[in-house]
Design a protein around this ligand. Sequence first.
Ligand SMILES: [Fe+2]
Ligand SMILES: [Fe+2]
Length: 187
Amino acid sequence: MKKQTYTPARSITPEIETLLNKQIVMEGKSSAAYLSMASWCDTQGYEISAEFLYKHSEEERRHMLKLFRYVNAAGGHALQPEVTGIKHEFKSLREVFEQVLFHEIEVTKSINNIVDQCLQIKDFATFNFLQWYVNEQREEETLARRAVEIFDIIGEEGVGLFMIDQEVGKLEAYAARVSGKIGTDRG
Ligand SMILES: [Fe+2]
Ligand SMILES: [Fe+2]
């Protein structure tokens, strides 16, 4: 096994620090992407979807900040990510939610990879810290999958898109119900 470089000043290795900084980039990009989607929804009159995405953008920023604080508390240096390449236009509301789903799946893979690395080098503190993200991703994927399903259930013809927008407002309650929670502890 590779030599680990824990020191009295740091409880995470530089390798884990790098991975956590990459995760910071992902959460920062999620926040920016969802904000852009929210804005597009606003311009198209999808008010409830816009609210849903504005709120999610804020949540993603909180996910990023939680990582910032952890990295610095563990003796590393959290880096403000450069966020570029944000998409501003979308073909349809369905495209927006499909992209949310694909994006969340990528985030889950990234979290799982860091969790795996932590186990390999026995960094149980970071492993433990990341369990919050493991649970969060399970919920966020459920939410995003349900959002995409709504398009198939209702259909986009006629008043369909109006109804889909209304249903998006019920997604949080749905995710809480299927994950067996009464309220939510979304971070
Ligand atoms: Fe996140
Ligand atoms: Fe997310």
